[in-house]
Design a protein around this ligand. Sequence first.
Ligand code: PEP
Ligand code: MN
Length: 274
Amino acid sequence: MMTESYKVSRAHHPEDRTVIVRGTVIGGDRVVVMAGPCAVESREQVMAAAESVSRSGAKLLRGGAFKPRTSPYAFQGMGEEGLRLLREAGDRFNLGVVTEVMDASQVPMVGEYADMFQIGARNMQNINLLRAVGKTQKPVLLKRGMSATIEEWLCSAEYIAAEGNVNIVLCERGIRTFEPMTRYTLDLSAIPVVRSMTSLPVIVDPSHATGSRAYVMPMARAAVAVGANGLIVEVHPSPETALCDGSQALTTDDFEHLMNDIRSMAPIVGMRLS
Ligand code: PEP
Ligand code: MN
């Protein structure tokens, strides 16, 4: 399916591509960490999260304002007010802002506030959305669909690149397997495979992959060990009160420990924490 003529293929562009998000370079030998709550819940919550993740060394703030929840009755996000709070927190703590855009019609509005569009696993093959972000020059974080092959994932990246936007960062976030003890199964072998097939940066989301706080840190360290260009991690100032994904959120203290681990580990694999 994917050929050497694809813009995202390693054959088409042998050198590693880099994507710059609000001055932070993603790709090459840097490990860039994006962190923050699953969802923006309030001004206090997002400010507390941003302050602590920036102090620990994260470069981007994550947080959903539009949440693709499994149940229609679960918290759906704060919408545009959430985007406003993210922007304010990003500016105040000097963090880039990455947030999910769920539909092509939202691209202009989300683009007004965000430094990077996040396309969620459930939307990896939303072709109109891929084309819409492809028509902008804003960086895109493209998550792997929970049942998507690596080739399908790269074909989705090509939809974005085909429209003229090659500022794409891939994100492995776990795939569905027969194993129920973790939320998904983190496919870490995808990292070296993807890095051989494409020159785009690829990062790992150990939070959604495992679903449990206790498993996030070991899998985050493992992701760095296999050569990921970064991580996106859920961190909440008080996980027990989180409106979304509290059981997988790191506390701010956990996150600081993780960053210290990564800072010392990355050089072993020829990388450095950005
Ligand atoms: C998220 O990062 O908030 C999210 C919903 O993740 P995913 O699309 O990987 O399920
Ligand atoms: Mn989440």
